[in-house]
Design a protein around this ligand. Structure first.
Ligand code: ASP
Length: 437
């Protein structure tokens, strides 16, 4: 039988009303057998996520402050859900266990993980599914780093023969049972690991938006939704800040070629976005799949006569950045000029060291730094074979009266990166949307 692994985010499980929607979605398709749950998220914009309350509790306890009132808020969140769903649950006993850990364990991970743990136990009871603790499936090494191979072996074995189960997201444990969490939003990663372990046909990631959009809706009102996006395209856009998923959630399913379907718990009728290895051949591939941009870059510009003939010049220049621990984004070159584009925040910390090393090792005739650059990634497999895409991008941006400060095209032709003034970022994205929507 086909299998779907479903992951529900915090807003999908924020209260009993959302639990009911989740149960309807799960019961609507018998293939939805493995459920990964987040902790209760915000019920409205001013609300606080249970995970944040748990961290607050931990902070208060480690400062010797009063954590009881925060733990009571957490108790109330779960008590409301349990009461409204009409299930039996030993909440006080569970919260006593958390309270005991507050005074004994120095790290926050165990406490932070309890939102997922409790919510999953409640959901399992409500659905009549088995509850399987992530501590027994997701393995961390004793130094707290995630162990992918051990997890895959452990989870594949443990979930074999399991009919239906709810598994908490966000955390795992060492072989000795010491709990560690992923970074924030990490339930997406758990979902992906479970999907791979059970060889799911699809990994459905249910959230509160109907998938990804062509670009940021704060910049372009109502941009067109993305129906299909490849893992590689997603990576390019996510790097520029556009994503609905935790960055590390793509790798496990990508390796196993399991498609991810981003869905909306509040609008289950929407098809959402499919994240796939390759777009099905019967689908029209748009020229541009999406556009994303980010501010906060600067360009270090160097000029030196006959630079082109000086073998190793580029290597020496990039070595300076490597030694200073600064990752470079792009490196456009001319015959006698070279620029290195880096994040301004990383550069600011090491500016004097970088400039000093460049001056003493490379003896440039001219060295300057230009701040205030934004980068825009125009991404799409459809650009690979199409002619004139670059021309269309440059024309539409020029028509908007915007100066392009840098251009870079990746060798895969999957993306074209533009550098513009930070002030022009939004208008440049709007002009590209007008051209390719
Ligand atoms: N509850 C955790 C967080 O708020 C993990 C998750 O929801 O994915 O970050």
């Amino acid at each position: 039988m086909e299998t779907i692994t479903v992951k529900f985010g915090g807003s999908s499980l924020a209260d009993a009303r959302q639990f009911r929607k989740v149960a309807d979605i799960i019961h609507a398709d018998a293939r939805r057998r493995f459920v990964v749950a987040s902790a209760p998220g915000k019920r409205s914009s001013g609300d606080t996520k249970v995970t944040d309350l748990l961290y607050r509790c931990y902070d208060a306890a480690s400062r010797g402050g009063d954590w009881h009132s925060v733990l009571d808020q957490i108790r109330q969140r779960f008590a409301d859900i349990i009461q409204d769903l009409g299930i039996d649950f030993p909440l006080d006993k569970e919260l006593d266990a958390i309270a005991a850990h507050l005074s004994t364990e120095p790290r926050p991970d165990y406490k932070a993980s309890r939102g997922e743990y409790l919510n999953s136990r409640i959901l399992a009871a409500y659905l009549g599914f088995e509850f399987i603790d992530a501590a027994t499936l997701i393995r961390f090494a004793s130094d707290g780093t995630f162990d992918d191979d051990a997890t895959n072996a452990l989870a594949s074995e443990a979930l074999k023969g399991v009919e239906r189960a709810v598994i908490p997201g966000f955390y795992g444990a060492t072989a000795d049972g010491v709990v560690y969490t992923f970074s924030r939003g990490g339930s997406d990663v758990t979902g992906s690991l479970v999907a791979r372990a059970v060889k799911a046909d699809v990994y459905e990631n249910w959230t509160d938006v109907s998938g990804m959009l062509f670009t940021d809706p704060h910049i372009v009102p109502d941009p067109r939704p993305i129906e299909y996006i490849t893992y590689r395209e997603l990576r390019e856009l996510a790097y520029m800040g556009a994503s609905v998923l935790h960055e590390d959630a793509v790798f496990p399913v990508r390796k196993a070629n399991i498609p991810i379907n981003i869905r909306n718990t509040n609008r289950p009728e929407d098809e959402g976005t499919w994240i796939v290895g390759a777009v099905p051949t019967d689908r029209r591939i748009p020229t541009v799949t999406g556009v994303a941009g980010k501010r906060g870059f600067c360009s270090i510009n160097i000029e030196k006569s006959s630079m082109n003939g000086e073998i190793g010049f580029g290597a020496k220049l990039l070595e300076v950045f490597a030694e200073c621990g600064i990752s470079f984004e792009h490196c456009p070159t001319g015959i006698d000029t070279m620029s290195v584009i880096v994040a301004s925040s990383a550069f600011a910390e090491k500016k004097d060291e970088v400039m000093e090393k460049i001056l003493t090792r490379l003896h440039p005739e001219y060295l300057s730094v230009e701040y205030g650059m934004a980068l825009i990634a125009v991404v799409g497999h459809g650009m690979v074979a199409a002619r004139g895409v670059a021309a269309r991008i440059f024309r539409t941006v020029a028509d908007a009266g915007i100066n392009i400060r840098m251009i870079d095209q990746g060798s895969s032709e999957l993306n074209i990166i533009l550098g513009v003034d930070e002030a022009d970022l939004e208008e440049a994205i709007r002009s590209i949307y007008r051209e390719f929507r």
